[in-house]
Ligand binder design. Structure first.
Ligand SMILES: Nc1ncnc2c1ncn2[C@@H]1O[C@H](COP(=O)(O)OP(=O)(O)OP(=O)(O)O)[C@@H](O)[C@H]1O
Ligand SMILES: CC(C)(CO)[C@@H](O)C(=O)[O-]
Ligand code: BAL
Length: 377
């Protein structure tokens, strides 16, 4: 059986207090208002014509992109692994507010999955994904000034890895992009090939689609740091946009892997989000040192863990805290103290262990509570 996996919770960017970030935020707010504002900006969508083309190969997509460039159109790229949910759609919405064309890529990239991770069982919902994008595109068609979802790129692995088959082993035969030590910290410590795979596939997708802007979710915060580094170190002419995390009412972040959780692990899984909120509150109360910021988070996680461990096997959802991190926003190196002018990234990971004993009619999630999980709240 594949090894148990992390239930990751990566929540908070303690923002610097510089005016440039405030400007960035207000621009996003402006765009959101432009996009979300009601009647005056609504277009008549009765004549809605779907504009989305599905591409499997590189050359036709390149031709499409070239034509867009000649027509002064701008491309916002949203890379995904499919199994779409409202979090993905929020990325598409922001991309549509800032570009004439949105390209969505749907590709489950093998090189970012370690050999014992959940590549084989990763949820695939192609038909539903297309329906969701179609519905969203219809909505976009009715908004004055909004871009449209004009391309979905869903390549085969042979297209993405044209020379050698993808290799997920640590020595890794093939052509890769690596960032050391950034890609080896935190998530990279427990998933040693993860960021190598992400950086490599994103470089490929950026080269194929040549977007002006790319959109990534803050939920995967270390991934956003890796992408910014990719763009900086390889001089890519791309603007990286980070979109806030979409959450369930109780704070659980939407995530494709949530289907694995089942009721019991889902309920307990919000522990880390709760813990990190406590740490964030410490920062907001003007605490700046690592100990002061992180202790309530560790304490909350410890208390919850003890309470679960004390329950009977048919009642409990056991977990282990992998890390609680207070890190520099560009290097992800751990900080002893936060400089408010620079900000920090507060993040954490919890390993949700398999359910030991299911109840008679209990919803244990896809895979009966045993599937390796990489869900994010
Ligand atoms: N809840 C969310 N809010 C905002 N962005 C999100 C959310 N969930 C995913 N994203 C972003 O969507 C993009 C594609 O993510 P991906 O397809 O891996 O979905 P996922 O839900 O993160 O899946 P997984 O369960 O594998 O982590 C990434 O940039 C990711 O950060
Ligand atoms: C960015 C990405 C699409 C690369 O495969 C993936 O890591 C994801 O979905 O976050
Ligand atoms: N959203 C992160 C992709 C992964 O876990 O592989």
């Amino acid at each position: 059986m594949a090894s148990s996996r992390h239930f990751r919770v990566i929540t908070t960017f303690i923002r610097p207090t510089t005016s440039s970030l405030r400007v960035q935020r207000s621009l996003v707010a402006h765009n959101a208002r432009r996009f979300l504002s009601t009647t005056p900006a609504l277009r008549d969508s009765r004549n809605f014509a779907p504009q989305t083309t599905i591409f499997r190969d590189v050359e036709p997509l390149r031709d499409f992109r070239r034509a867009a460039l000649l027509n002064n159109r701008t491309i916002g790229l949203v890379p995904t692994m499919g199994a779409l949910h409202e979090g993905h759609l929020s990325l598409v919405r922001q991309a549509a507010a800032e570009n004439t064309d949105v390209f969505v890529t749907i590709y489950v990239n093998p090189t970012q999955f370690g050999l014992h991770e959940d590549l084989a069982s990763y949820p695939k919902t192609w038909e539903t994904d297309l329906r969701m994008l179609h519905t969203l595109d219809r909505e976009l068609a009715s908004v004055e000034g909004a871009g449209r979802v004009t391309a979905v790129f869903a390549p085969t692995t042979k297209t993405m890895y044209p020379t050698l088959p993808p290799d997920s082993s640590i020595p890794g035969v093939g052509s890769f992009i690596e960032m050391r030590p950034l890609g080896q910290l935190l998530e990279g410590a427990s998933r040693p090939v993860f960021f190598r795979g992400v950086a490599t596939v994103c470089m490929k997708l950026f080269n194929i689609c040549q977007p002006e802007r790319v959109y990534f979710g803050q939920k995967d915060i270390q991934q956003t740091v890796v992408i910014r580094r990719l763009v900086k170190d390889f001089h890519l002419p791309i603007d990286v946009k980070i979109v806030p995390t979409s959450r369930e009412p109780d704070g659980l972040a939407l995530s494709s892997r949530n289907v694995y959780l089942g009721t019991r692990r889902r309920t307990v899984g919000i522990v880390l989000n709760q813990a990190l909120r406590k740490a964030e509150a410490q920062y907001k109360a003007r605490n700046r040192t690592r100990g002061d910021i992180l202790w309530p988070a560790s304490d909350h996680a410890d208390q919850t863990k003890m309470a679960q461990d004390a329950l009977e096997p048919h009642e409990r959802a056991r977990f282990e805290v992998d890390y609680l991190s207070l890190a520099d926003p560009e290097t992800m190196e751990e900080l002893d103290e936060v400089d408010p002018a620079r900000g920090a990234i507060l993040s954490g990971a919890v390993k949700m262990l398999p359910v030991e004993e299911g109840g008679p009619s209990e919803d244990l999630g896809v895979g009966g509570g045993q599937i390796p999980v990489m869900a994010i709240t």
